[in-house]
Design a protein around this ligand. Structure first.
Ligand code: SAM
Length: 237
């Protein structure tokens, strides 16, 4: 896979990072026996849909000249650790918080962090709707990642309150339509953000089309956001 990393992301994992990816795969297969972590267990599919896809979204951070010295990241609804764990492995100068509302998944991730000797990440059990109002977390992050957690406007409501002014939210999506852009524009305006870019790309093995939506926080997020638990999904902005 070294060539594909190089061709698609202009980057290659070190020997240590490759070993960590392999161990992550084994631990997820083991964890799957007790927890419903992921249906993606084929090694190539795991590589493409979990490892490659996670890193495609943060490709600028893999570049050697990425400037913030130690960016603070949060992965909201991280589940079995995606995109957060591959990012933790490959961007060692970042600090990352892995947030999920399911305690069992977070306990599993605590074990992963120990097994892979990852000291730059910590886990957090909670709902994005509550964490977004917590003084320790609101306005605390440079980058917020979110994949497969809900509609784009829900993702915007979960991510933008957590970002510092000027911070970046990265929403990982499959298909994307113009109508979604219009709906998202309306939501991010209310939340103090703008859509900075929407990137479409094709995955290297199965050639599926995916998108990453990049939101920039340009103003204060009004204090009423995020709304109470469940409201963002029931009544999307
Ligand atoms: N991001 C992972 C991925 O792409 O493989 C997991 C996606 S999984 C479909 C969605 C995860 O988001 C679940 O683990 C769920 O517990 C978590 N989740 C859903 N709503 C949440 C919320 N409001 N706050 C925190 N976590 C949430």
């Amino acid at each position: 896979m070294a060539e594909i990393w190089q061709q698609t992301l202009n980057w290659q994992p070190t020997v240590q990072e490759q070993a960590q990816f392999q161990r992550l795969y084994e631990l997820i297969l083991e964890g799957n026996r007790q927890l419903n972590l992921t249906r993606i267990t084929d090694p190539q599919e795991f590589w493409e849909k979990h490892l490659w896809d996670s890193l495609r979204g943060i490709a600028p951070l893999l570049s050697a000249d990425f400037s913030p010295t130690s960016p603070a990241l949060i992965d909201i609804g991280t589940g079995a650790g995606f995109p957060g764990i591959p990012v933790t492995i490959t961007v060692p100068n970042c600090t990352i918080t892995l947030l999920d509302s399911t305690r069992k998944k977070i306990t599993f991730l605590d074990n992963i962090l120990t097994e892979l000797a990852l000291t730059n990440a910590k886990t957090l059990v909670g709902r994005a709707e509550e964490i977004g109002h917590h003084p320790q977390h609101r306005l605390a992050y440079d980058i917020a990642l979110i994949r497969a957690v809900g509609a784009a406007s829900v993702c915007a409501e979960y991510t933008l309150p957590l970002l510092k002014q000027g911070g970046l939210a990265i929403i990982y999506r499959g298909n994307w339509t113009e109508d979604e852009t219009t709906a998202l524009q309306n939501a991010v305006k209310q939340l103090g953000g703008v859509i900075e870019s929407i990137e479409q790309f094709t995955t290297p093995l199965s050639h599926s089309v995916r998108h990453c939506v990049y939101l920039r926080k340009v103003a204060t997020t009004p204090v009423q956001f995020p709304r109470a638990i469940g409201v963002p999904t029931q009544k999307p902005l």
